[in-house]
Ligand binder design. Structure first.
Ligand SMILES: Nc1ncnc2c1ncn2[C@@H]1O[C@H](COP(=O)(O)OP(=O)(O)OP(=O)(O)O)[C@@H](O)[C@H]1O
Ligand SMILES: [Mg+2]
Length: 328
């Protein structure tokens, strides 16, 4: 999956492998992942639990655990520069400035012992020095932008005084303070109530468009992908098995796994099912598999699938699938 949309790519990931060592053996959590994101584009990363989505997002900021670093290879090109080859100074210039990340649980991003306003101010300060008055104004602006009511009083609040939805908005304000070119959002709404989820997603989408910011949106929910993304990569057991536009994914999924995930929902107009459960389980991390990793669960599995790992097939310029016998 490496030849698509590489022109004017903001982020281009080439053959990324991220492994851990277990009993003298290296086990790849990500096993040869390639994709790209263009400026202003919203790309969904979808897959079941354990498929490697979070590892993917963390890799882009080199935030995977240290134990994985000796077993990381490939390239992560941001504006053509390889993040994996950057020194600490370059990384610091990138993190939270050109690339920001929002995680599932806002409390892992907010510091419980600092007031909201101070945490937003810190993010704003990191971009450049400002007078106190300018800084205070920008903090209020940043909170207004993520639609926090009465920001003048909220600046003095402690994180624990805010609801989950409000906390996640503050995280959003911090992430967006530097107007990053790329925002990585890893299941940003799973900790929120359903109605709050919808509002937060709309807000993210609006801000993404306003700032022409690229978005890497990690989720297991295809309904959310349909709302938020232009294109999608479907992950299975540490690999990307299908890449296509959101329309194509819903109308003509080529991989049997993708089809199962969207539960046969044919179009974007219909009501979208959440991730349905597929009989069987993905191979366990480190389990040796032969052939296609999905073959044990695939309704269309044939002899070849059990023996040889599929090549990537180019269905069109914008559609790739890793399958020997894709859906027609
Ligand atoms: N530091 C680590 N050490 C050992 N195993 C790890 C480590 N980080 C991730 N893994 C394993 O790698 C696999 C992928 O994990 P990852 O968190 O990236 O998946 P995910 O797709 O984000 O899952 P979820 O939907 O549950 O968040 C899992 O089997 C996980 O247990
Ligand atoms: Mg995850």
């Amino acid at each position: 999956m490496n030849q698509l949309n590489t022109s004017n790519a903001l982020l281009e990931i080439l053959d990324l492998k991220v492994g851990i060592k277990r009993e003298e053996r290296v086990i790849n959590i990500l096993d040869g992942v390639s994709f790209s994101i263009k400026e202003g584009e919203s790309l969904g990363i979808v897959g079941e639990s354990g498929s490697g989505k979070s590892t993917m997002g963390l890799s882009v900021l080199r935030l995977t655990p240290h134990s994985t670093h000796p077993h990381t290879s490939g390239q992560i090109l941001f504006k053509g520069r390889d993040i994996l080859a950057m020194d600490d100074t370059e990384l610091q210039k990138l993190r939270g400035k050109e690339i920001s990340m929002i995680l599932q649980d806002p409390m892992t991003s907010l510091n419980p012992v600092f007031r909201i306003g101070d945490q937003v101010a810190e993010a704003i300060e990191s971009i450049g020095s400002l007078s106190d008055k300018d800084k205070a104004d920008r903090v209020i602006n940043a909170l207004e932008r993520v639609q926090i009511p009465a920001p003048e009083t909220r600046v003095d609040a402690w994180p624990h005084q805010l609801s989950g939805g409000m906390k996640q908005r503050v995280v959003g304000a911090i992430a967006l303070a530097s107007q990053p070119k790329l925002l990585i959002a890893d299941e940003p709404t799973t900790a929120l109530d359903v109605t709050i989820q919808a509002q937060y997603l709309q807000l993210l989408k609006d801000l993404q468009q306003e700032f022409n910011m690229a978005l890497m949106f990690i989720t297991h929910d295809f309904g959310v992908v349909a709302r938020m993304c232009d294109r999608v990569c479907v992950m299975y057991a540490g690999q990307i098995v299908e890449t296509a536009s959101v329309h194509t994914i819903f109308d003509q999924p080529a991989h049997w796994y993708t089809e199962a995930l969207i539960g046969g929902v044919p179009s974007l107009d219909g009501k979208l099912d959440k991730l349905v459960s597929i009989p069987g389980a993905p191979p366990k991390l480190g389990e040796t598999t032969q052939g296609c990793r999905f073959s044990a669960r695939c309704p269309n599995s044939k002899d070849k699938c059990q023996i040889r790992e599929p090549d990537v097939m180019h269905i069109s310029d914008t559609h790739e699938v890793k399958c020997w016998y894709p859906r027609e």
